[in-house]
Design a protein around this ligand. Structure first.
Ligand code: FES
Length: 240
């Protein structure tokens, strides 16, 4: 096994050949934000939130750390002023694209974003590709994929028809950071609800066969009559 020596934020580090900059940084306790990355899936490099600066000052370039492999002697800066400004801009664009996403809201808030300059678009999809990779790599289905280019790019099933290989496992919804496949909230054009994500356990945790089972406070779904258990959101009669 070959070891690679590089420098992250002035700290000399050593990692195995093939390690990405993101993995190396995390192994040494440096936190780099990500959105389209998941440890259980291949990297795709869609959101650019994990950008870092490589090379000496003045001759540096920005690369996505989740896809870039470590190189001997590389100088890496993960939180330079240039990087922080770039990430803040990416987050502003993401918030405007999908203001309903709690994941994106939290990332934006953690980066000091307090107001939104761009018009909210309420996009259903940010094309991060997590659902496509989840379906192919973890669920072994490949029921969905990208089609089209540029502004027409979108995710769908083959020929836009109901997929015969989809097992309705819900993996795509589970991993989607904008959550719109799962629940649009009571009024998606106005204030954000996100009640489903703020419950404990979240609707993701109790997800059941393409139907969320949160208590009826969310207001989105028509629910059967009965008493809902606060811990699980299920009808009391179902638990007995
Ligand atoms: S996390 Fe690296 S590009 Fe999205």
């Amino acid at each position: 096994m070959k070891l690679i020596s590089l420098n992250i934020n002035g700290l000399p580090v050593e990692v195995e050949e093939g390690t990405t900059l993101l993995e190396a940084a995390r192994a040494y306790g440096v936190n780099i934000p990500t959105l389209c990355h998941d440890d259980g899936l291949s990297s795709y490099g869609a959101c650019r939130l994990c950008v870092v600066e490589i090379g000496p000052p003045g001759k540096s370039k920005m690369v996505s750390s989740c896809t870039y492999r470590c190189e001997d002697g590389l100088e890496v800066r993960t939180h330079s002023a240039k990087i922080m400004k770039t990430r803040a801009m990416m987050l502003e664009l993401l918030v405007s694209s999908s203001p309903q996403s709690k994941t994106i809201q939290d990332l934006a808030s953690a980066h000091g974003m307090t107001k939104q300059r761009f018009r909210p678009e309420h996009e259903d999809c940010i094309l991060c590709g997590l659902c496509v990779r989840m379906c192919a790599e973890q669920m072994m289905s490949s029921a969905i994929g990208f089609v089209g280019r540029g502004p027409n790019r979108r995710i769908t099933t083959a020929f836009d028809e109901v997929s015969e290989v989809c097992r309705r496992c819900g993996g795509c919804m589970y991993i989607c950071p904008v959550c719109t496949s799962r629940c649009h909230g009571p009024d998606e054009e106005a204030t954000l609800c996100n009640a489903c994500l703020n419950f404990s356990p979240s609707c993701v945790a109790v997800y059941d066969d393409v139907q969320c089972w949160m208590p009826p406070e969310c207001g989105t779904c028509v629910r059967p009559e009965g008493d809902y258990l606060p811990a699980t959101g299920r009808l009391a009669t179902e638990e007995s």
